[in-house]
Design a protein around this ligand. Structure first.
Ligand SMILES: NC(=O)c1ccc[n+]([C@@H]2O[C@H](COP(=O)([O-])OP(=O)(O)OC[C@H]3O[C@@H](n4cnc5c(N)ncnc54)[C@H](O)[C@@H]3O)[C@@H](O)[C@H]2O)c1
Length: 333
């Protein structure tokens, strides 16, 4: 199987590529990434000599480029996106390019040049907005809160429309918050680990009571693999591990693991439009595709903290005052 992965130099995409090459001997992967924010060539440096892997720098919103790459692949798994909610608040316009025009361009290229290929669009629980009680199913209304999630929702509805109108073999996955190795230090978990390790205060937005359902990145990769191989066309699959934690609980867990005191925690201004709680019902993928998470939060967070402590050479070049800023949504990006 020849797979085009987009955004494969980002956090989840790089984990997915390594996972698929290990799990499937017959799998060839071409990675297309625009080398934007969040990308890191060092994340897949170990695959440079692997004959089943290749990388090409390019933009998913570039029609001529994508047409050439898409022609002879069996499947496309698209992770490419602008992903940072805080940045979408200070610069919403750039999110339309990748998350809407980019998705549209992939769909147009498929329709015109490779309509038999399978297509998995990697989306997010954030398209549903927040929920105080209960959990969202795949049928729930889309009510995104941030410019980031609005742009992801727009991409999703294009995917559904192209599956219906043109019969494309397209599917959508919507996953909760991921954590694990190779995540850019601007996100909550790596930022907490790295600031705590260097003795800096840990910024917690508002009261720290916002709830996220955390999934170890390899469990997300295994779910995407199942949808790619066995998912039904035009379907949406929610993915969640059922590990709901407040941001404050996550920060305290990491501090304890690093042997640091809770006095490092500093409450800062809340992010505008900050979703209170995300929660997904993932019984569809569990029931229909037999997927289950294999990692508990306790195991996954230990592995993640250990990875950051052992991989100084990966994260140190990425660290600067802007990336580690306590409130990135207040900056001009
Ligand atoms: N991180 C999470 O917790 C999470 C949860 C659910 C869903 N998702 C989704 O998973 C996907 C990957 O997220 P991530 O955390 O790995 O993000 P990331 O920011 O680490 O990686 C995104 C990658 O996409 C690339 N990219 C952006 N625009 C591009 C373009 N126009 N053309 C080609 N490449 C482009 C970037 O260079 C980067 O390498 C996203 O679609 C995101 O919405 C993420």
């Amino acid at each position: 199987m020849k797979i085009l992965v987009t955004g494969g130099l980002g956090f989840i995409g790089s984990n997915f590529i390594r996972f698929m090459l290990q799990a499937h001997e017959g799998c060839m992967i071409m990675n297309v990434d625009a080398l934007r924010y969040g990308s890191n060539e060092n994340s897949l440096a170990d695959l440079n000599e692997n004959e089943r892997y290749s990388f090409l720098q390019g933009d998913i919103a570039d029609p001529a480029f994508i047409k050439e790459q898409i022609k002879d692949v069996d499947a496309i798994v698209s992770f490419a996106a602008e992903t940072h909610v805080d940045r979408s608040i200070s610069r919403p316009d750039s999110f339309l390019h990748s998350n809407v025009f980019g998705v549209f361009n992939l769909l147009e290229a498929l329709r015109n040049h490779n309509p038999d290929a399978r297509f998995v669009q990697i989306s997010t629980d954030e398209v549903y907005g927040d929920i105080l009680d209960g959990s969202f199913s795949e049928e729930s209304t889309l009510r995104p809160s941030s410019p980031y999630s609005a742009s992801k929702a727009a991409g999703d509805v294009y995917v559904l429309a192209y599956a219906r109108t043109y019969g494309l073999h397209a599917m959508i996955t919507r996953c909760t918050n991921n954590y694990g190795p190779y995540q850019f230090p601007e996100k909550l978990i790596p930022k907490t680990i790295l600031r705590a390790k260097t003795g800096l205060k840990i910024p917690i937005y508002g009261t720290g009571q916002n709830v996220r359902d955390w999934i170890y990145v390899i469990d997300h990769c295994r779910a995407v693999e199942q949808v790619l191989l066995r998912g039904l066309e035009g379907e949406i699959y929610n993915i969640s591990a059922g590990e709901e934690k407040t941001n404050l609980q996550v920060a305290k867990t990491i501090l304890e693991m690093l042997g640091k005191g809770e006095e490092l925690i500093e409450f800062v201004d809340d992010r505008p439009g900050h979703d209170a709680r995300y929660s997904l019902d993932s019984s569809k993928i569990r029931g229909e595709l037999g997927w289950r998470p294999q990692w508990s939060f306790a195991e996954g967070i230990q592995k993640t903290v250990d990875w950051y402590l052992q991989n100084d050479g990966w994260w140190r070049p990425l660290m600067d005052d802007k990336i580690l800023h306590p409130m990135p949504w207040k900056l001009n990006w």
